[in-house]
Write a protein that binds this ligand. Structure first.
Ligand code: R5P
Length: 289
């Protein structure tokens, strides 16, 4: 019960001042719920509309691969510079201190070792995403893979149902298998398929004519970095992706396998959020390393 002493009547009701248009700053989000928008706004900075996500979920396939040998030593020191942390529930619980107050994009399909094909038969119980206070969940879609396309789309579809129920955005991660051509036609199809099936975010790979991929996808796209490149090339990749309409990056190896990962993620952030050129980004990297 509010304190009943000294109740003061309102004075300024803003007559003549229309309610500001509250269109959301990310594409494809105007008709989703408040909670989903709030979670999206934790991932994509409202001031730039972009995100630098730090991916370390590949451990569920590659094990303690280079840059992931020790999450407490390799990844935790980078967390302050990321806008969002993308990892698996096991590593997040075991290694990521909750005090960072960073949004989590939780890998929600099941890992398998690189010795076998991915296990697409299991997806996360959405209650575990809620327990982890995930700001998004991510599942892979293997578009074009005869044996797994239907199953992975079904996983995405199911995860979108769960996400809608609790206001948790879903990120569709397009695969890029050995026998899939990395071109705009494929990535446009794969990205659009994720969006058509309800993904709120799509993670895919940069390619030639990438602006066709981003323009034809009705929700924000972030790019994976892929295998380790020289820093200037990774910065160029981020720069090109942003210029071609991406809403950010979700890089793993190009950060954690750099000689100076903390400097690298800050340089990438400069390119993504502050409009640095790749050369300026490299200068920032060299200053910080
Ligand atoms: C793919 O399924 C994974 O989400 C990421 O691609 C992985 O975590 C590593 O990211 P990157 O490709 O940038 O090393």
């Amino acid at each position: 019960m509010a304190d009943l002493d000294d109740i003061r009547d309102g004075k300024n009701f803003g007559q003549g001042t229309p309610v500001a248009n509250q269109q959301f700053y990310l594409k494809g989000c105007d008709n989703i719920g408040w909670g989903t928008k709030d979670r999206m706004a934790r991932i994509f900075r409202p001031d730039t509309g972009k995100s630098v996500m730090l991916a370390f979920d590949h451990g569920f396939l590659m094990g303690p691969t280079s840059g992931l040998e020790r999450i407490d030593l390799n990844i935790v020191p980078l967390a302050p510079y990321a806008d969002c942390l993308m990892g698996t529930r096991g590593v997040i619980r075991a290694c990521i201190p909750p005090g960072f107050n960073k949004p989590i994009c939780l890998r929600a399909d099941c890992g398998s070792t690189i010795l076998t094909e991915m296990n697409h038969n299991v997806i996360l119980d959405i209650e575990d995403a809620i327990r982890l206070n995930a700001s998004a969940v991510a599942v892979m879609v293997e578009a074009g893979a005869a044996a797994t396309e239907a199953k992975t789309i079904a996983n995405l579809y199911k995860m979108v149902d769960f996400g809608q129920r609790y206001g948790i955005p879903v990120m569709g991660v397009t695969a890029v298998g050995k026998d899939m051509v990395r071109d705009a036609r494929y990535f446009s199809l794969a990205s659009r398929m994720c969006a058509e099936n309800g993904a709120n975010i799509v993670k895919t790979y940069y390619c030639e004519n990438f602006s066709q991929v981003t323009a034809s996808c009705p929700v924000p796209i972030v790019i994976a970095g892929g295998k380790k490149l020289p820093e200037i090339e990774a910065l160029q990749l981020a720069y090109n992706a942003i210029n071609d309409g991406a809403s950010g990056v979700d890089m793993g190896r190009n950060v954690s396998q750099s000689d100076a990962p903390a400097a690298m993620i800050q340089a990438i952030s400069g390119v993504v959020h502050d409009g640095l050129t790749p050369e300026e980004g490299l200068e920032k990297f060299n200053d910080l390393k």
